[in-house]
Design a protein around this ligand. Structure first.
Ligand code: FES
Ligand code: FES
Length: 959
């Protein structure tokens, strides 16, 4: 017997969640994998398999450990507690779990088990921890959604013995309530099924997939003797190549399909999928990559925008369709910019600057994962179908692209979204879906694929790096007159969302200000780099960094306060935007600024006092406060933006009478699983508690569009309201309460009955007498909404969005002048959301957006091939996020459901510019690039000092 055979028979005895267990096999394997794969405890999540993210945190005896870096053999005779072990008898949530629910501490939920176990470990050892101790205990677990604020609040509530019951919304008053997330209990139990948590049927019958990727940014490749390879590795069932893909091109926009599922002879970025091996999981894991019969011939790679332009000039295009390597251009021109810039009165003050940003990684904690299986035809003559279960922000777009790739009808594809462990735009592009579909379709067997962290980061889309230049001018009294902007956005090897970024940025480039003369031009440039796609803001955060720098500079030139200068120029109702759109209502920017006014004055006074003291004491610390504003068009830019939702009344033995929502608005952590039912319930006039739902399954729900562009609250919320109203109308007709009008009638559900009452009349109908359709619906209705827009003309004039979100944020920070480090002290955020459908969820979005803005400002820089892990790619931990004060401004949008707009992307846009303006206030240094790492800031401080010394010497010599 070999050592390997012996290892495979080793037995480790341990206690797991209070029960005696035996784990048989190699004792060096990961505890996390044994828990998940052998004991079925998938509440323990995997974000990195490297000890970096903490998603796999469990208790080993009393202490928290990352179970992915604990060997099973280390657990002999010890106790392991996972999230499944937290609940009490009968599955009752523990106090800590209830606190997470009540405080809205779980958004996507992928980090939630790890957070809970870290907090549990702390509270067992120290039931009354301080906030600092809570933050210390949670420091090993990364969360990309929440900004940690509500997580810390939840743990402190437990410590204080003040865990309130989860709020329950009253009938007809769901909208505006702080109702607990409907999916929160499943998240805190670890019950939600993310992409890697499920198998189609018996796991033993499911094939695994391993994708072979290009190690070069640009290379030709050839395949060797595949037949010999398959003979050598009998556990490999098939090697998929480009030849196996019927239509080997996908994209976001059907007319731009350019990205192959598997590269066809040439790879255009490092990490591009070249081959897919399908077989048994153990063989694929053990197989050395050098065994794969594949050889690469590297070619010159053009990874930056300037390099791509130089290549184009030399006749080297990434794609023949774009000989200049420009995927597309964006343009907004209004007024006469050149005349305004040349006018000494209107342009008495002038600020010019350039700015550069880098690739930013979404860093959702859940790597892409899923499975596919063929659904054999049921009825005679019915076609085969394929079912794909995967993490996605946009099931219907996935369905259509999978159908295209397989050359089958969209109706032959069913997309069943998994729970999604964060998306932020990165799961708008398909990843595992077409690979799985091609394999399952070809082999007729279920296939499963789970990306490891480096593979996720190498292959997924990124935030576009930008190189931008702009000039802004104003009159001596501070009235803005002109804005001249140009920007190149590195869109990588394929089109993805490049056109959206190129088009959205010019519309937003001025920021939320009245500027009569505007020229804003963009180019999305093709390079041999990671595909850049959608990432919370579609290029607007990059442009805001430059725009808000210029606004600060103009304010300084005018001798004006930075907040008051913005207030003076803020867009108001009745103003026109650079696209000529008149804003008639819900333009709450001034109210946002007014909400920050007192904190702004206090922060600057405090910074001045601190700096005077620090200077006197010769300490190298300086404080500053910075402010920035933003605006953001809600929904798709000009293109159709529809959503359809369907609601029903049902009655069954298990649940009695209840509402049922076919909710196609994909939940990605932002809360559509809760706010759509809130709006639907209020529209019907019944309590939120009686709503059940199905989400996102393309066979069951209508197309509600993608969860992106901050559109679901506004667009699908309107559709949910319309469905609810239509359903209510039908219910009232059936109840037939004579003489009563809609507003008077109160509905309720009582057991199996629907009850309507108005005035002194009451009618009760037993729903068991009503016939149900095939789906089980007694009565159903649909609602639809498509926001009104007007296409942009050649100068970008039109109505690109039906409404806009507005915000002002303010950062207080401290800089160590010697080290170049930045310590954030406080962020204040005022957001005009129209109406907060659920304030707890809106605050959570703002907190999370701010945390991502902090990362963009200070630490995040993705370098393909160098930072493709969560050790080298830094995202904010709980220690990096300061206290955040949120002000919700509700300037109702007449077109919005109950006045609501959206907040997902607006949350992030102003944070980084506010931080950079605060750094300037603290140090005098204007940074023209992000991230502002300590080395960059230190170098800039030294350069400023050198300039000052030179100026002083020159002054001395000339005098
Ligand atoms: S999965 Fe274990 S630390 Fe990330
Ligand atoms: S809720 Fe923490 S990563 Fe999503």
């Amino acid at each position: 017997m070999t050592a390997r055979d012996l290892a495979a028979r080793q037995i480790v005895r341990l206690q797991v969640n209070g029960g005696e267990r035996e784990l048989v096999g190699d004792p060096t394997r990961r505890l996390s994998d044994a828990l998940r794969d052998e004991l079925g405890l998938t509440g323990t999540k995997i974000g990195c398999h490297a000890g970096d993210c903490g998603a796999c945190t469990v208790l080993l005896d009393a202490g928290q450990v990352c179970s992915c870096i604990v060997a099973v053999g280390q657990c002999e005779g010890r106790t392991v507690t996972t999230v499944e072990g937290l609940a009490g008898a009968g599955g009752a949530l523990s106090t800590l779990q209830r606190a997470f629910v009540a405080h809205g501490a779980a958004q996507c939920g992928i980090c939630t088990p790890g957070m809970l176990m870290s907090a549990e470990s702390l509270l067992r050892a120290n039931p009354k921890p301080s906030e600092a101790e809570v933050r210390d205990a949670l420091a090993g677990v990364l969360c990309r959604c929440t900004g940690y604020t509500k997580i810390v609040e939840a743990v402190l509530a437990v410590a204080a013995g003040e865990v309130a019951a989860a709020p329950v919304a009253e009938s007809g008053k769901s909208v505006g309530s702080r109702a607990a997330r409907l999916d929160a209990p499943a998240k805190v139990r670890g019950d939600e099924r993310f992409g890697a948590d499920a198998w189609p049927g018996d796991p033993g019958g499911v094939l695994a997939m391993r994708v072979i990727r290009s190690p070069h940014p640009h290379a030709a490749f050839t395949l060797g003797d595949v037949a010999a390879f398959l003979r050598r590795w009998p556990g490999v069932v098939d090697v998929l190549t480009a030849a196996d893909v019927s239509n080997n091109a996908f994209a976001i926009f059907a007319d731009l399909r350019d990205q192959p599922v598997l590269a066809d002879g040439v790879a255009r970025f490092r990490g591009e999928a070249v081959l897919a091996l399908v077989g048994d999981a153990e063989t694929l894991e053990a197989l050395p990559e050098a065994e794969v019969p594949l050889s690469f011939a590297p070619r010159p790679a053009h990874e930056t925008t300037p390099a791509a332009f130089a290549a184009a000039a030399a006749g080297e295009a990434l794609h023949p369709r774009y000989p200049d390597n420009v995927l597309c251009r964006g343009r907004v021109v209004s007024g006469d910019v050149d005349a305004a810039l040349a006018d000494p009165a209107r342009s008495a003050r002038r600020a010019c600057a350039s700015f550069e940003t880098r690739h930013v990684e979404h860093a959702y904690i859940e790597p892409e994962a899923g499975w596919a299986e063929v659904i054999e035809a049921g009825a005679a003559g019915a076609p085969r179908r394929v079912r794909v279960f995967a993490c996605t922000q946009t099931p219907y777009m996935d369905r259509d692209e999978i159908a295209h790739v397989l050359a089958i009808a969209p109706e032959q594809v069913q997309v069943v979204p998994s729970a999604i462990g964060g998306g932020f735009g990165g799961k708008l592009d398909i990843s595992v879906q077409p690979l799985l579909a091609v394999a399952a379709w070809k082999l007729g067997r279920p296939v499963r694929l789970v990306y490891e962290r480096p593979e996720s980061m190498q292959s997924s889309t990124k935030r576009h790096p930008a190189q931008m230049t702009a000039t802004a001018t104003c009159a001596a009294d501070g009235t803005l007159s002109a804005f001249d902007f140009s920007g190149d956005f590195n869109t990588g090897a394929y089109s993805s969302w490049g056109p959206t970024v190129a088009n959205r940025v010019p519309i937003h480039a001025t920021g939320p200000y009245r500027v009569p003369h505007v020229r804003a031009l963009t180019r999305a440039v093709l390079t041999n780099n990671s595909v850049a796609g959608a990432f919370r803001g579609f290029g607007v955060p990059q442009a805001a960094l430059l725009g808000e720098l210029l606004i600060d500079e103009l304010a300084a030139q005018c001798g004006a306060d930075a907040l008051e200068f913005r207030h003076r120029n803020a867009l108001c109702a009745g103003d026109r935007t650079p696209t000529g759109q008149r804003l008639d209502a819900s333009v709450g920017l001034r109210e946002c600024l007014e909400a920050l006014r007192s904190a702004w004055a206090a922060a600057r006074a405090a910074a001045d006092a601190f700096n005077a003291e620090a200077a006197a004491a010769r300490r190298p610390l300086r404080r500053g406060a910075g402010i920035a504003c933003m605006w953001y068009g809600i929904g798709n830019t000009v293109i159709a933006n529809p959503s359809t939702m369907r609601g029903a009344l049902r009655c069954d033995a298990e649940h009695g009478a209840h509402l049922f929502l076919y909710n196609g608005a994909q939940e990605i952590g932002q809360g559509t699983a809760t706010i759509m039912p809130q709006m639907f319930a209020d529209a019907v006039g019944l309590p939120l508690a009686c709503v059940r739902q199905v989400m996102g399954d393309t066979d069951l729900t209508a197309d509600a569009g993608k969860s992106s562009a901050s559109r679901q609250t506004f667009v699908s919320g309107n559709a949910a309201r319309a469905a609810g109203r239509a359903l209510r109308k039908q219910l009232l007709e059936r109840l037939d309460l004579p003489g009563a009008d809609d507003a008077e009638i109160r509905l309720s559900l009582d057991g199996f009955a629907l009850v309507g009452s108005a005035g002194g009349t009451r009618r009760r109908v037993d729903l068991r007498d009503w016939p149900a359709d095939a789906a089980g619906d007694l009565v159903s209705a649909s609602g639809h909404f498509n926001p009104p827009t007007v296409p942009l003309d050649a100068d970008g004039q039109g109505v690109p969005y039906a409404t806009y979100g507005f915000a002002a944020q303010m950062a207080e920070l401290e800089v160590d002048l010697e080290l170049g480090t930045v310590r954030l002290l406080h962020i204040h955020a005022a957001h005009d959301v129209g109406r907060a459908i659920n304030p707890t969820l809106v605050e959570g979005q703002v907190h999370g957006g701010i945390a991502q803005g902090i990362g963009m400002a200070l630490m995040e820089e993705y370098v393909n091939g160098r930072t493709d892990n969560l050790h080298d790619y830094l995202i904010p931990t709980v220690g990096d996020v300061p206290p955040i004060t949120v002000h919700l401004i509700e300037d109702p949008e007449p077109l919005g459901p109950w006045g609501a707009k959206g907040v997902g992307e607006p949350a992030l846009v102003a944070t980084a510019p506010a931080i950079l303006n605060a750094i300037h206030a603290a140090t005098g240094v204007r940074m023209h690039e992000v991230p502002v790492t300590p080395s960059r800031l230190r170098a800039a401080i030294l350069a400023l000092r050198a300039d000052a010394a030179t100026a002083s010497r020159t002054g001395a010599e000339s005098s």
